[in-house]
Design a protein around this ligand. Sequence first.
Ligand code: SF4
Length: 358
Amino acid sequence: MLEIKDRYDPKKVFIHREKIESLMHSGIPTPVCFEIDPADGFCNQSCVDCSYASNRWNPLRLIDRKLLLKTLPDLVSCKVKSVEWVGGSEPLLHPDISLFIKVAKECGLRCGIVTNGSMLPKIYKNILARDMDYVRISLDAATPEVYFATHGSRQFAKVIAQLQEIINQGADPSLFGASFRIMGANICDIFSASKMMSEIGAAYIQYKYSLTDDNTEYLKGSDDLINREIEKAKQLNSATFSVLGGDTLKDITDVGIANYAGCISSSLVGVITAAGDIPFCIRFRNVPSMYIGNIRDGLTNVWGGARHQAILSTVSSKRCGYICKHHKYNRIILRHCKGNHCQEVMIKKGVVVNPEFI
Ligand code: SF4
């Protein structure tokens, strides 16, 4: 029996037994969750480690409104359970984001959003309280100076003030959390970011490593210091606030050196880019040769089709680098599923937040 510890525990995949069983049978189940990029290219901030290479100097690309509205019901017919509005670039840059979230909810999809928080009031008045399952703010700092070093932006005070105001005005604080990607420049802010989020009344902060070619070796040399800071932050854990993550860099790099071929879990999370392309998996948004199709061809025609099968047969997660969350899913599925049988999970009451998102 496996126990799920927190909202980012990879064992959450086993909540979706029917997907895992279909994965064992056919190789490509429909996803549990879709990540949708309403915008990409231009961003109102310029994070130094943006995985999608968005920044202030690129042209803005917006997802086609009609096409997306036509696609959202297809997600439901594919038994997808949730949508994470993410990037690309800042998802709130799309002028129709409130409409997209509203329609997705009306279709029966759960909705979370990952945002830099600078435009939060844009959706808060229309939809936030009623329609969002979570709002995760990419914070990465606890001071304006470190925020500038990580986000290339002077909006730190604005982001924090807006979040505080929204919570003070009565929004459910359990909806709000922050992520903190550990880079070289922000190690000094690890503890204070937790303190700040807990004082604001947010529900959690999640630490993860930003492992670019430039900083991985530097972070390896700082791993002990990073772990000490995260352990210190964990002392702020309470009934209403959680410090999450904090795998050591060794844990991550050991997992990243995958000793298995293929990537069986890749299809559990789907992606639609701002151009409507459907990449093979979450990490290949910017790699056209890894696109399985485009939503204008119809999601149901593309998903699990010949091109999807062909790409799946060539993928080797050994080449995928350290940071993909699917390494954990792959390992855990391989460890606990044999043939058509998967181990049961024990779901501790009150611990599994947002089971529809993995
Ligand atoms: S391990 Fe590789 S193939 Fe699998 S989801 Fe991650 S990047 Fe994609």
